[in-house]
Design a protein around this ligand. Sequence first.
Ligand SMILES: [Zn+2]
Length: 259
Amino acid sequence: MNDLEQAIEEAARLIRNARHVVALVGAGLSAESGVPTFRGPEGLWTKHGEPDLRDYDRFVEDPKRWWEQRRERASRLGELVQALESAVPNAGHFALRDLEEMGRLQHIITQNIDNLHQLAGSQAITEIHGNRTKLRCVLCNHRWPFEDFSLEELPPRCPDCTSGIVKSDTVMFGEPIPRDALDECINQSRRCDCMLLVGTSAVVYPAAQFPVDVKSSGGVLIEVNPNETPLTRLCDVVLRAPAGEALTAVVERLGSATQ
Ligand SMILES: [Zn+2]
């Protein structure tokens, strides 16, 4: 048995013995679906320049203008939009869905905005950075699918609380994480006694805090990542492989053990 096989065996054992398993997911999983990353030599920021760090401030100052500029930005970032539109869930997404259906995974906290967990069929999902296919009221956090919302009048007003302004659900630079999403993440991390760290280096707060909290309250951490991360040293088991390969193997291991 090689190191990876041994780690898969151990990961399956930890998941089987856990009461509340949560997956913390990052860009590495989306990259396996061909979604471009932001940093690195081929990253979008490297090629197109750093994003506007004042994006949310500009929205708050003049939401109408922000909405008008949105279309222009969309065409400038055509490469990203196209890659997102054509991305489909990969084996890693489906393995997480299988774990949930087997009752072995209670929640997904994702930093990805691409809607691929939903497309794979996962149910219990909290999106820290929002969802690119949705709009959200900044006041009451009500969310709608993009296509269900009329954008005739800019900026659009919330039909529910009537005083909030509606923006894309995707969290901008400088924008606070929506309170409901953050509360759910904290709630899930408190209950969690086994956290899977999938394709995330978790260096960005608040995501960086969740594994630390789980570990310090006696839970176990399983890293699924082809690369070493700052969290590796905290982890009980490390699966040094792409999520599509490693998680599929874990699902198979858990499935065969229950028969
Ligand atoms: Zn509202």
